[in-house]
Design a protein around this ligand. Structure first.
Ligand code: V47
Ligand code: SF4
Length: 388
């Protein structure tokens, strides 16, 4: 174990800002911090300061354990009826010839490519195509489960679900139940962006709003399904909007307990309608992870999505509150490479991911979607693989 706990106590003694001192004391007493505390940490906490605190919380919750899973992505289409300004990936339905659309057979063939591999999860998410309706996805889920019943299906954001439920004329509760019975296991965290209407209006005015997003996750949780939540940060929002976003999620989590992971996603500005907005620095990224760990006290995990950050930055996040690096074994997602992420071909073998985690003295643990431990890699020999 690192000796961070002593450092954190020293931190309290040396803090002269009385407001900050009160926040540190709350954190060390495992008390919840308030909205204003969260904003103050962003505005007045230095990176080293919030980082040391977040690392303390991370180690209290998980020790050195750093989770990853073996998954692959299917993106049914990049044709989308919506027009989020930050999106580099979608093609409007009016220009659908520039995009792709996969049939159920195409998607089943992707699943079959992994027949001999020990993957545990398929992550399905894409644009909102008007012809891919509720019945289409019921058939898709049934086909996947008939072929590989043990594969966990993590699929669709409330953006897609809100659209297909309205089109099918079913309530949220009915729609989620129909999909769940067909094999839908859990929801990924996308589509959340920034909940506050002042910002949502500016960056993604036409898709599901905060209340809609939260109601769909709530309905899924009520059926016993788990889910994740994201935030898209580092564009035109202020710190108070980030905290407002986290506050709404924290409240729902108090009610349902259905969220597993919070995933901060850094806005990338390549080839989209917000290319004029500058990207934030790595300092700001690490601060975002740290404040997330401190604010989201009822979220078990904080995840850094390594294909977006790059490998070295992903290693850094492990000292700033992050305990999960997602994980992938193949180049199957285009959403980030098209927006200008560090990794143009996001593929990393399990051995490479394990080596990456071990190199920074953390303990790699392979998990399934629900964080059941599949394998602890503590005794893996680091010499076998190099981290580039
Ligand atoms: O909601 C789109 C983001 C999200 C850009 O739950 C962008 O395990 C940055 O939610 N710059 C979808 N981000 C992806 C997502 C996700 C990813 C990995 C794991 C999980 C999980 C969920 O991607 C969208 C949006 O916030 N995004 N464009 C962009 N230019
Ligand atoms: Fe469509 Fe999603 Fe892109 Fe928005 S972020 S335009 S909903 S694919």
């Amino acid at each position: 174990m690192h000796s961070v706990i002593t450092n954190v106590s020293e931190l309290v003694e040396s803090t002269t800002n009385q407001d900050l001192k009160k926040i540190v004391q709350k954190i060390l007493n495992k008390e919840r911090i308030s909205f204003d505390d969260g904003v103050l940490l962003f505005e007045h906490g230095s990176l080293g300061y919030v980082g040391a605190l977040a690392n303390w919380v991370r180690e209290q919750k998980h020790g050195n354990k750093t989770y990853f899973n073996r998954n692959f992505h299917i993106e049914p289409t990049n044709v989308c009826v919506f027009s989020c300004k930050f999106c580099s990936y979608s093609r409007l339905y009016a220009h659908k010839e520039e995009g792709w659309e996969l049939s159920i057979d195409d998607m089943l063939n992707i699943v079959k490519k992994y027949d001999d591999q020990p993957v545990t999860e398929v992550h399905i998410v894409g644009g909102v195509h008007p012809k891919m309706n509720l019945q289409f996805f019921v058939e898709l889920f049934k086909a996947i489960k008939a072929h590989r019943p043990d594969l966990h299906i993590k699929a669709f954001t409330p953006v897609e679900l809100d659209y297909i439920f309205k089109k099918a004329n079913v309530s949220i509760e009915e729609g989620i139940k129909i999909l769940h019975e067909a094999g839908h296991d859990s929801l990924p965290g996308g589509g959340a962006e920034i909940f506050h209407p002042e910002i949502r209006e500016k960056i993604c005015a036409d898709k599901v709003n905060a209340e809609g997003w939260l109601s769909i996750h709530k309905a899924a949780h009520k059926l016993g399904m788990h889910s994740n939540a994201t935030i898209l940060y580092g564009h035109v929002e202020a710190y108070k909007h980030r905290i407002d976003h986290m506050e709404r999620l924290r409240q729902l989590q108090d009610e349902t307990g259905g969220f597993n992971t919070f995933i901060p996603l850094k806005f990338r500005n390549q080839d989209n309608d917000m290319s004029n907005v500058k990207e934030v620095s790595i300092i700001e990224d690490l601060k975002m992870y740290a404040v997330s760990r401190l604010y989201m006290d009822n979220f078990p995990h904080i995840k850094a999505y390594w294909p977006m950050l790059g490998r070295k930055n992903a290693q850094l996040t492990l000292n700033f509150g992050v305990d999960d690096l997602d994980g992938t074994i193949d180049d199957t997602t285009k959403i980030y490479s098209m927006a200008g992420s560090e990794e143009q071909n996001p593929a990393m073998s399990t051995d490479e991911l394990v080596a990456l985690i071990k190199q920074v003295n953390r303990q790699p643990v392979e998990r399934d979607t629900l964080y059941n431990v599949i394998k602890d890699y503590s005794n893996f020999e680091l010499e076998e693989v190099e981290v580039n």
